[in-house]
Design a binder for this molecule. Structure first.
Ligand SMILES: [Zn+2]
Ligand SMILES: [Zn+2]
Length: 120
């Protein structure tokens, strides 16, 4: 039976052995995973690695990326890529995210903001 350890919301460490599904994929983390990385890695496919609450980075409502993909996303966003790719199609004002953009961040729909990243 797998064992898990992590921190409770109150900061105390917990240790539990039970069948709670996959562990968080982050290095040296043995926490229970409650999230999956939503980063699009291929057509209709997401990264999908399991992440715990502290290693799942929420970049938009209900969109979580792992730390490696958070870096790619941050680079893309900071280079102005989001504006360039998405502002023509959906309103993207001051980081406001709508459902169309949410789909794009998952790699769904017509917008392929990751296409140039995936190809390089
Ligand atoms: Zn973790
Ligand atoms: Zn990922």
């Amino acid at each position: 039976m797998p064992c898990y350890t992590g921190f409770m919301p109150d900061g105390n460490r917990f240790f539990i052995c039970s069948d709670l599904g996959p562990h968080c994929s982050s290095e040296k983390c043995s926490d229970v995973s409650g999230f999956l990385c939503d980063f699009p890695v291929a057509e209709g496919k997401t990264c999908g690695i399991p992440l715990c609450a502290s290693h799942a980075y929420e970049i938009a409502p209900n969109i979580h990326y792992c730390s490696a993909h958070l870096l790619i996303w941050n680079e893309f966003r900071d280079s102005g890529g989001v504006k360039r790719e998405l502002s023509n199609v959906v309103p993207f004002k001051g980081g406001k995210v709508n459902s169309t953009l949410t789909s794009a961040l998952r790699g769904e729909g017509r917008m392929k903001w990751t296409s140039h990243i995936l190809q390089c």
